[in-house]
Design a protein around this ligand. Sequence first.
Ligand SMILES: Nc1nc2c(ncn2[C@@H]2O[C@H](COP(=O)(O)OP(=O)(O)OP(=O)(O)O)[C@@H](O)[C@H]2O)c(=O)[nH]1
Ligand SMILES: [Mg+2]
Length: 346
Amino acid sequence: MKVGLVGFSGSGKSTLFQWLTGVEPDPSKIQQGQTGMAHVPDDRLAKMIVKFKPKKSKYAEVAFLDTPGLLLSERKDNPRRLSILREANGLIIVLDGFSATNLAEQLTKFREELVFADLEIIMNRIERLHSQMKKTKPQKEREQDEAESATLKRIQAGLEAGQTTAQLGLKPDEEKLIRSFQLLTLKPEMVFINRGDGNFSEPPPADLQAMSKHIVSAPVRLERELMELDEETRTAFMADLGLKGFSRDQVIRDLFYGMGRNVFFTVGEDECRSWAIDQGMTAVEGAGVIHTDLSKGFIRAEVMGYDDFLKAGYEEKTCKASGTFRLESKDYVVKDGDIMHIRASV
Ligand SMILES: Nc1nc2c(ncn2[C@@H]2O[C@H](COP(=O)(O)OP(=O)(O)OP(=O)(O)O)[C@@H](O)[C@H]2O)c(=O)[nH]1
Ligand SMILES: [Mg+2]
């Protein structure tokens, strides 16, 4: 999964990117977008690593993409700036919450840019389709073109009326027709408020909350600066500011889960790992994340819920004795925190 950090110029995307991934943004790479990875912190995995003392351990990761900021003064160019996001699986709209107060307005304006970029693609495609449709073609291809054109026109009308493509409730066959356009307004979206030194404890304003269910905020530059101080100075500063702790780990988790992801664990003395999957994925799909052979040869998944495993002192035999060790089939929907072992014939 790759998540794009997007926003107007100067909203703090590169500052956020550096804070999340530890990768220094390279200005010469920004036009193509720069990718960095972040581990998804997990207390549960940390505790199991202490218990199992494995030779190897690895946390699930999420990739973030830093992107060039949009400019209202050069609106015509924004679709091009946004084009590198077409490959992203989700968008985090970064709002300037340190020098500006109009957060809902910033979000409205930014969403207009996304709509504008999608409309450009859709209208170009409709135009090309229509000139194609004038030529004689086999009946089947003709029908396909007509179906695509109808779907595109429906999306165009929706976007022009202020809806996102995601809100239109496209049917699976309609989604398939337009998948290759990778519309920005079809991608999962979250809002990140980059807070300043003085207002980091403010909740998101009500008008912004009405516009998004997935809002995360943190004082990014402040926390970065504090991390660079020695511990004594830092503690004093933090007490002064009324800052109780650093929020980076929680922010990464909020962004990861907000983007519709989950983890499951594999544990043992050799290796302890968390694996990222989409919410709603089945056991056989989870097996495929570990290795395609495990999904091909899938027999059963041995599963324990994390809380049951914890209660059992992380002992599989105690789970077996108390009946919380389960054998699940292919279509079992994996829950966040499941400990899984895949039985497969490979
Ligand atoms: N006061 C304050 N300034 C910040 C904060 N975050 C970023 N800035 C400043 O805002 C400016 C822009 O930050 P960037 O992270 O480069 O913003 P950007 O969104 O990547 O900008 P573009 O790449 O031009 O789109 C820099 O001068 C930062 O130091 C913050 O939390 N507080
Ligand atoms: Mg930047």
